[in-house]
Design a protein around this ligand. Structure first.
Ligand SMILES: [Zn+2]
Length: 320
């Protein structure tokens, strides 16, 4: 039987981890600066890559020492403590958060961890995008069907449309009221339910104009460069994990293909076009939706998220 050497770390002990990771980062950065003085360019590149790899390994070791095991999924480290009992994830109904949910459920299942996942859905702009709520329920249900013992509750938080950034802009120090509602609810529900970690599936903006090869090289460099502290932040009573910060949408679509989950991908919706805008969705507001709940809602094809999804699918040579 495999022994589990990860021990539960009391939360107050984990506070030191940020400074520990900073020390490792600084050490590596000075080493890389020193390498800049090398005359031989090839030698410099080789040694720099070596130094970066060493940093990733050291950061990984430091996290593991604090109970966070990192799971490598297609070049991306996903932090997870084998002793966690329950985690939560912000699930919107889009492809990114559904992807991270099944990746986490897979990690839990394959390693036989005794941990459940609750999903938190922040209900937004129901008047202009009334289908968003029902889609997030469908995505949750599909995930629950795939992992019935791991995916547990769906918790909803309501964001008043009147407080959205689009309606009133920022309210305090570069923060919008909807952002505050989202962050604050996450803290509240973590406190209520005692989650060990809250995951967020924010990804990197797509570098759609950059040739594929350069982009892949950039990603590999980003993986070596990223302070793992950025993807797993210690928040005194829980961990806030954003492991997908270094990947773009094409990586997300690839996971659906590699994990044989394209059926789930098809349920997700990334489009943020709404009934208030111009184009194919004009007029499809909550009053219209009331009597048209079974209708297929087309994607607007004009928003950033539509363009990103189309690009990511093309990158993976798929059409749905
Ligand atoms: Zn769209």
């Amino acid at each position: 039987m495999a022994t589990n050497h990860y021990t539960e770390v009391p939360y107050n002990n984990t506070l030191a981890i940020s400074s520990m990771l900073t020390v490792i980062d600084n050490e590596c950065n000075s080493k890389i600066e020193e390498l800049h003085t090398l005359d031989d360019m090839n030698e410099m590149r080789k040694e720099t890559t070596k130094a970066r790899k060493l940093r990733t390994m050291k950061l990984k070791a430091a996290l593991e020492q604090k109970g966070l095991h990192t799971h490598l999924v297609d070049g991306v480290y996903i932090p997870f403590n084998p002793n966690w009992k329950q985690v939560a994830i912000n699930l919107s109904g889009g492809a990114d958060s559904a992807c991270l949910t099944f990746l986490l459920a897979d990690i839990i299942q394959k390693n036989n961890y005794k941990c459940t996942i609750d999903v938190i859905t922040h209900s937004r702009v129901y008047k202009a995008r009334p289908w968003a709520g029902p889609i997030s329920v469908k995505v949750y249900q599909a995930l629950k069907d795939l992992y019935p013992t791991i995916v547990r509750n769906r918790i909803t938080n309501f964001i008043p449309p009147e407080l959205e950034h689009g309606a009133i802009g920022n309210v305090v120090k570069n923060r919008s009221a909807d952002q505050i509602c989202v962050d604050s609810f996450n803290l509240f529900i973590q406190h209520e339910n005692g989650y060990d970690a809250i995951f967020n599936a924010t990804t990197k903006n797509p570098s759609m104009d950059i040739p594929t090869e350069d982009r892949m090289r950039n990603r590999d460099l980003a993986i070596l460069d990223i302070g793992l502290a950025d993807v797993a932040m210690n928040k005194e009573t829980f961990w806030r994990c954003l492991p997908l910060k270094i990947v773009e949408k094409n990586w997300i679509v690839k996971q659906y293909i590699d994990h044989n989950k394209l059926d789930l991908f098809k349920i997700t919706r990334s489009c943020e076009g709404d009934g208030n805008g111009v184009g194919i969705l004009t007029g499809l507001d909550y009053k219209w939706f009331k009597n048209n709940k079974d209708k297929v809602i087309p994607e607007c094809g004009m928003c950033f998220w539509c363009a990103e999804r189309k690009w990511a699918m093309k990158e993976n040579n798929i059409e749905l």
